[in-house]
Design a protein around this ligand. Structure first.
Ligand SMILES: [Zn+2]
Length: 210
């Protein structure tokens, strides 16, 4: 009798835990979604460089690492990064990494540069040949980034960037701000500012999957 009661109690506990786990998984907006995060440039290629020496490759990597954490911890997504340190990865390798993994989305993180140091603003790109999902993802991320940066809206645009044109899944490329603007360069040195940028990109991705 005691044994039977114990078995029934055990079964009830297991059922309760299973439904709790399922409920928790359901509250994670990106559960089961595979996302590639692509920090632009690296190694011998610094990307754009600020007047005071901050490199785009470094900022891109920091934002990408924070974005990966947001996607995994808040979203429940599965994430692969095209690089996790200061190495040069060809555009072709970045694309084939995403295509061979059958990723659901590809997010390339960049920051803009200009010979005019006063220039600043926020832009996000999808491929000219992109699907409606890629344009929707781009629009949602652009909206969130504008809220965060408060900078001039340079638009949700299309472009023929290699990583956007050659990835098989919906792909976007973010240019949240201009590293060549000295005021912006100072902001981009702050880990808090970079974390916020990543968090708002994450929010845009979550909006897209709602
Ligand atoms: Zn770049």
């Amino acid at each position: 009798m005691f044994q039977r009661k114990t078995i029934i109690l055990g079964l009830v506990i297991i059922m309760l835990l299973t439904s709790l786990t399922e409920a928790f998984a359901a509250t994670q907006p990106l559960s089961g979604i595979k996302i590639v995060v692509d920090p632009g440039h690296g190694g011998w290629d610094p990307g754009a460089v600020g007047a005071n020496g901050l490199t785009e490759k470094q900022v891109n990597l920091q934002v990408s690492e924070a974005l990966r954490n947001c996607l995994v911890e808040y979203g429940g997504a599965t994430v692969k990064m095209t690089r996790t340190n200061d190495t040069h990865i060809s555009l072709k390798s970045r694309v084939s990494m995403a295509n061979s993994w059958n990723a659901d989305r590809f997010i390339s993180i960049h920051h803009n540069g200009s010979i005019n140091s006063a220039h600043n603003g926020t832009a996000v790109y999808s491929s000219t040949k992109g699907s409606w999902q890629s344009h929707d993802l781009r629009n949602k991320v652009q909206n969130q980034l504008l809220t965060m940066t408060g900078l001039r809206d340079l638009g949700a645009n299309t472009a023929n960037f290699y990583v956007l044109n050659n990835t098989k899944m919906p792909a976007i490329l973010t240019e949240a701000s201009f590293i060549t603007n000295p005021q912006e360069e100072a902001e981009l040195r702050s880990p808090n500012y970079l974390w916020r940028e990543a968090y708002y990109i994450y929010q845009g991705i979550a909006d897209h999957f709602k």
